[in-house]
Design a protein. Sequence first.
Length: 324
Amino acid sequence: AAAVPEELPLPTEEPQHEKPQPEASPSEATPTLAVLEELRVSSITPDSVGLQWTVPKGSFDSFMLQYRDAQGQPQALPIDGRSRSVTVPGLSPSHRYRFHLYGLQGGKRVDHIATEAITAAGGLDEPPMPSEELQPEDHKPKDPPTESPSTEAPLAQAVLGDLRVSSVTPNSVQLHWSIPEGSFDSFMLQYRDDQGQPQALPIDGGSHSVTVPGLSPSRRYRFHLYGLQGGKRTDRVSTDVITEEPQPVDPKAKDQTETPPSEATPARAVLEELRVSSVTPSSVQLHWSVSEGSFDSFMLQYRDAQGQPQALPIDGGSRLVTVP
């Protein structure tokens, strides 16, 4: 980890300044300090890399994977703290990438490991069907000793079905899907933005819908939803959507929607107090409260240093997020 880029400082540089404050109880700090080890490349395709790691000591609240895309732009992929693998999508064929995995505790990066990988050669513009890549790999790890329990493999294979468009606005699309068989650890939604750049939206495995923000009006988008099991893409469904034209504001429509306020008010959830809880040179941690009702999920939007719109999906039960 000696050749770490400037934009990704070693995490030990940041927490070191903050640790001396609670130095009065060093015996308590040491056991809770989690350790990251063995960032390994588990799978490679022309447009993705699968990574695995171990946590031999302690536990992390979450992870953050950072790397630079083929255009040299920094990318950040938030990962659940219980995960030990991730598939990085939207990569370019035959390109060398350096991945930095950070372990976060209390919104601070406390450990860091890195590795390099070169994507496979390939000329397809669209990502290949995962069945073409993963079918041979799936049978090897599931039943290497004997072939007798091969009947269990199809039962464990989860299936994606019916990627449907549930709502469309001029700048967003909401998608729904079903899982007729099995279950997935997580999902990954891929599409290309207005500039033709690949975008990837990680989604929790318990979700069955997602809202894709930051789109442009009257534009056709093709969405690919991948289901991940054990860090590998095991199924995929796709759909095409055309965003709506921008609608002029109609004051009469407002009057109509305000007529039944008694019905809308009780079901309306309320967001309050978006606060900054911690700041580092490369991240910000935000807290918020929900004073009334509940939300299915949250979506945090912002523009990066290059002015590009970014969107971070957040679980509906969360009340904080670290923006890397």
